[in-house]
Design a protein around this ligand. Sequence first.
Ligand SMILES: Cc1cc2nc3c(=O)[nH]c(=O)nc-3n(C[C@H](O)[C@H](O)[C@H](O)COP(=O)(O)OP(=O)(O)OC[C@H]3O[C@@H](n4cnc5c(N)ncnc54)[C@H](O)[C@@H]3O)c2cc1C
Length: 373
Amino acid sequence: MKVDYLIVGAGFTGATLAERIARELDRKVLVVDRRLHIGGNAYDEYDSHGVLVHRYGPHIFHTQSKKVWDYLSRFTEWRPYCHRVRAVVEGKEIPLPFSLASLRRLFSERLADRLEEKLLAHFGYGARVPILRLREEEDPDLRFLADYVYKHVFEGYTLKQWGLRPEELSPSVTARVPVLLSYDERYFQDPYQAMPKEGYTALFRRMLSHPNIQVLLGADWKEVEGEVRFHRLIFTGPMDEFFGYAYGPLPYRSLRFVWEHHPKPWFQEVGTVNYPTEYAFTRITEFKHLTGQDYLPHTTVIYEYPEAYTPGENEPYYPVPREENEERLRLYQEEAAKLKTVLFAGRLGDYRYYNMDQAVARALKLFEEVARG
Ligand SMILES: Cc1cc2nc3c(=O)[nH]c(=O)nc-3n(C[C@H](O)[C@H](O)[C@H](O)COP(=O)(O)OP(=O)(O)OC[C@H]3O[C@@H](n4cnc5c(N)ncnc54)[C@H](O)[C@@H]3O)c2cc1C
């Protein structure tokens, strides 16, 4: 078999590149994925109770990029959806990101008034203040707040999520945790927030439905390598695996999912509830909030238990953000740069935490390079 492009991985990165190359460059593309379905980690399906669920954990679409939004809108209609997240802190459910509304749920009116007044005087309404920035303040009330959020919302969750203490991770992780100076209870503030009306898998099906695209599922790259002739390879699988782990594995964090079905209309008030300090799981997500299947009299939830990643045993989900891993990545990137006909991209190919929109944006940019030849 002979194609112009062989693309390994049918997730957002692979599907976007396949679609662009097939349609815009009129080239033949073969997409292979070792899973038995398209969509990568964004794959969704109906469970045995008719609830649309995300097999690899809840995926909520949001973006600031009009370009990504317009591009994906060619393949789906959208259902408006603003994700809401709560965290259980000292027995109370508070909105996340930590905001002025969260203050009010936790502290006495007097203390909340004082904190709010000081926060607004220092940073202004609507600001997103990184927790580390707040910790630099000399005002004891603001320091108290920073320490409180760090301890009750961030520290325990980080320990569970990564199996590491915050100081063992790249400082950028802590730097990102914000206190939001508003009463906006949406988890994301991006201008575009919605879920694909018929789900992600339907969106992928449309993306990949082009006469120039063939899709081969249940096939590892290694199995097709010798069988298919191609001009260029786009690899969206793990970069370390591609090079036979020559410099050692790039560490990932994995997840174990526990599913529950409940014979009642709703399980919790919002899409996701985080448990920063209690239990071994990090969060519970109820899919009906995401999918809008309000009419169903029963509901499905997923618990996420973070665990170490072991190749062949579980899935590589989150690249671990540590300096030493960046150094190892650089060694692999140097190898990759020597290969003139192979391009690496995506969450695994770049070893970067990308949200779905970032994966699409990266793929669209890479396509421009491909198109230039
Ligand atoms: C639990 C979880 C929750 C998330 N939630 C969100 C969210 O709410 N919002 C958001 O925007 N993003 C979310 N993401 C991120 C989202 O999953 C990624 O942005 C997206 O999957 C990236 O697409 P990709 O194509 O780069 O990678 P993937 O989707 O991982 O696709 C890569 C594909 O390559 C295949 N592959 C790998 N190696 C080989 C090989 N050797 N041979 C053949 N095939 C191979 C894999 O089977 C896989 O299907 C979440 C991720 C996780 C893990």
